[in-house]
Design a protein around this ligand. Structure first.
Ligand code: FUC
Length: 755
């Protein structure tokens, strides 16, 4: 243990009692949460393709006319009526839900006098361990989720020969089949999603209404004897055992029916489990593969570290606030979590990454794309992990296909669009309920920001031409078709700002004439489109149309407190501390407002943040770190970091003003939502390095407390690798590796550097 830095290890001296104390491993597709019980081990399992539903037609008759009526009502100032029209006649149904696969349970027949218990997750190698002694003899379990081999692997070594029973089960409709040393579980997801928490789960037997099927299997290799149990294997007299788990599903792209046109899912599991296994080789292949990504970045804040268990360390931090090793740990953990939940070929990380133990998970554990999914991917490119971005890029590509119908049917527009929820079937229609969340096409442009940034960070022209540009261009066409004239400007109406409202005519109101976020998203997309078209030397006419359009978008306005206005008017606020700060999209993630380029607007952003207050959900705190970093205020960013490190207990109910961190360092909305883990990493990275328009800022928002340290291996736009070392708050050394000419802002001075 002493060789492992404690900024890369989570450790506990007792087993997990709650799911948010268990330790996550994952290979992008398969996920597991390990409890580490002494007598009974529980491993909760996930496969990222297990969702309710199948592809369905979500077009709605009359929706376009409702949209037009709502536009007229909004422009006449009849905002409540516009909202009602949208809610009743424009919206659609809920997204499908992400489901848990099941669990492995192992009951050990060991003596109970256990001592020296230790449970760890080593995030520098992506390996989890449980160890303890019984009568002076050591017992060990080791777990990892291998991407190259597509399996969850574990090895148990017992101090004394041990008997145990191992079971594989699922809460989904399933049955098991035992074959010598293997357990197979065949199961099925419900075809129809429950729409609220009281509804039962129902399985149809009509082929067209049946959902995704799966096969999960485990194999035990041991020196003990294996007997068949009741949906279990009974292992006797073992001094060691290896357990291999894998699963496949019938999911066959978002566009094919998973039952009538599903892909083969049983044979690959059988074949994988039958392959010859060499545990040490598998482990080596796993750590080598993982480390090629994880080792690219190294952060050192000079923390002295701590010998405390991770949960105790989190509690201690609240008193001392001086364990910068814990900040390093949470930073590294965020990188670990995204590598473990998003790999080429997997689904993108959802609201819970890939880890979900509930059939009815909060918000269906779906892709909520009015902040949450985007936040998951903020750190990826700047932390030099472009391959981890690919599942997101792929999903956006699919949305740009699925969203054509929605653009056509709901808006009679060219191009494509998506709204605030997405699922495995690439839902693009608005869901039901309050238009403040449902009626919002901003994800279309926001996704394009990710699409374009992938080019900006990698410099891959071929990708720009063949993948990014067509998606951006069709999104642009959608926005152009939906802008309408109002008072000499072009706006999207009615306008919503996720998921906030205001007071209008004495009542809560959730749609305005326009919202600043939607305008900024369109402006950002158009500006990136212009850049992309100029790089590719194409679409001259469209470029001049976009320039003209940008000049007609409404400008930013400030309100009575000097704050940036969220809507078209200075309406009285209905929730001053609302968790979303959507109207600052121009400051972050976009760069329309910048601390040095547009200082007055940046100041209005500052006033907005001060008025909103620091508190919020886990992801809201995470976003605010990024905002303060963009405002070059490292001390305020650190304040948010310290708030994000507030310990939250597993049983805390849903709340919106007390985000923090669970014992296993998962982000707490609460409930568990993984986005905050990733917003934290990008926020911290932006404190050390920001880049845009051929400018690279070194330590733009360093807090006084982190006076000395170093960060290595970040990526700036232009595919420039960045290493920085600092002492007494000043950069003492830096290295940029790449190509091109950049303006580098270092220690308050700007210099031109040619690489
Ligand atoms: C948005 C947020 C909620 C939550 C949900 C999944 O709707 O406003 O706080 O994070 O997504």
């Amino acid at each position: 243990m002493s060789s492992i830095k404690n900024s890369s290890i989570l450790k506990y001296s007792s087993p997990a009692k709650a799911w948010t104390q268990a330790l996550p491993i994952g290979n992008g597709k398969l996920g597991a949460m390990i409890f580490g019980g002494e007598m009974e081990e529980t491993i909760c399992l996930n496969h990222d393709e297990l969702w309710t539903g199948y592809p369905t037609d979500r077009t709605r008759r009359g929706a376009y006319h409702a949209y037009r009526r709502a536009q007229e009502l909004a422009l006449e100032g009849k905002l409540h009526e516009a909202s009602k029209e949208i809610e009743e006649n424009f919206e659609g149904g809920w997204s499908d839900a992400y489901l848990p696969l099941g669990k492995i349970e192992i009951a050990f027949k060991t003596k109970r006098r256990i001592s020296s218990y230790l449970r760890t997750l080593d995030i520098s190698n992506a390996v989890s361990n449980v160890s303890y002694t019984v009568s002076g003899k050591e017992y060990k379990r080791e777990y990892f989720a291998s991407y190259p081999d597509g399996m969850i692997c574990s090895r148990f070594t017992f101090g004394d020969r041990t008997d145990f029973e191992i079971k594989l089960s699922s809460d989904l409709l399933s049955y098991c089949n035992i074959q010598e040393d293997k357990i197979f579980l065949y199961g099925e997801c419900p075809g129809v999603c429950f729409s609220n928490n009281n509804e039962n789960i129902e399985y149809s037997d009509k082929p067209k209404e049946r959902g995704i099927r799966f096969c999960a299997g485990l194999k035990v290799i041991t020196d003990g004897q294996i007997k068949e149990g009741n949906c279990s294997l009974l292992v006797n007299n073992a001094s060691r055992a290896e357990i291999y788990f894998t699963a496949e599903t019938s999911f066959n792209t978002p566009f094919k029916h998973p039952f009538t046109d599903g892909k083969e899912y049983k044979q690959p599991v059988i074949e994988k489990l039958n392959e010859e296994k060499n545990y040490s080789l598998l482990l080596k292949r796993h750590t080598d593969d993982y480390k090629t990504i994880y080792d690219r970045v190294e952060l050192n804040l000079g923390g002295t570290g701590s010998d405390l268990d991770t949960d105790k360390r989190l509690e201690a931090f609240q008193n001392t606030k001086d364990d910068s090793g814990l900040v390093e740990l949470l930073y590294n953990y965020g990188r670990y979590l995204i590598i473990s939940s998003s790999r080429p070929g997997s689904q993108p990380a959802n609201l819970q990454g890939i880890w979900n133990d509930k059939i009815k998970a909060p918000w269906h554990s779906n892709y909520t794309v009015n902040i949450n999914t985007e936040m998951n991917y903020w750190p990826v490119l700047m932390c030099s992990m472009p391959e981890i971005n690919l599942p997101l890029i792929n999903m956006i590509k699919e949305l740009s296909i699925a969203g054509r119908d929605t653009a056509e049917n709901r808006y009679r527009s060219r191009g494509w669009c998506s709204h605030h929820n997405v699922d495995i079937w690439r839902l693009t229609t608005p869901v039901a309920g309050n238009p403040c969340w449902a009626f919002w096409h901003g994800s279309t442009g926001w996704f394009c920001r990710h699409i374009f940034e992938h080019y900006e960070y990698t410099g891959d022209i071929d990708y720009l031409k063949t993948t990014a540009y067509p998606i951006m261009k069709t999104a642009t066409l959608f926005y152009l078709d939906n802008l309408i004239e109002y008072n000499g400007n072009l706006i999207f109406t009615p306008g919503t700002s996720p998921e906030n409202g205001f007071i209008y005519e004495g009542k809560d109101c959730f749609v305005a004439k326009y919202s600043m976020m939607s305008i900024s998203i369109a402006q950002d997309l158009f500006q990136n489109m212009i850049k992309a078209a100029e790089i590719l030397d194409t679409d001259e006419q469209l470029v001049s149309q976009l320039k003209e359009t940008i000049s007609k978008l409404p400008g930013f306005k400030t309100g009575s407190f000097g704050q940036l206005l969220e809507f078209d008017d200075d309406y009285p606020e209905r929730e001053i501390n609302h968790r979303h700060v959507s109207h600052l999209y121009a400051l972050h993630p976009a760069n329309i407002i910048t601390a040095d380029g547009t200082p007055e607007l940046a100041n209005a952003c500052r006033k907005t943040l001060e008025r909103r207050g620091d508190n919020g959900t886990g992801w809201s705190l995470g976003w605010k770190i990024n905002f303060w970093a963009r405002l070059f205020d490292g001390n305020h960013a650190l304040k948010l970091i310290e708030m994000q490190l507030r310990p939250v207990k597993s049983n805390v109910p849903h709340k919106v003003h007390c985000g923090g961190t669970y014992e296993n360092l998962f982000d707490a909305h609460p409930p568990f939502q993984i986005d905050g883990n990733f917003g934290f990493v990008s926020g911290v990275t932006e404190m050390f390095m920001q880049s845009r328009d051929n400018k690279i800022y070194l330590l733009p928002a360093l807090p006084d407390k982190w006076s000395s340290g170093s960060v290595k291996g970040l990526t700036a736009k232009g595919n420039v690798k960045v290493d920085i070392t600092w002492e007494n708050g000043k950069v003492t050394d830096y290295k940029l590796t790449g190509k091109g000419k950049y303006e580098v802002i270092v220690n308050g001075k700007s210099q031109t550097v040619e690489l």
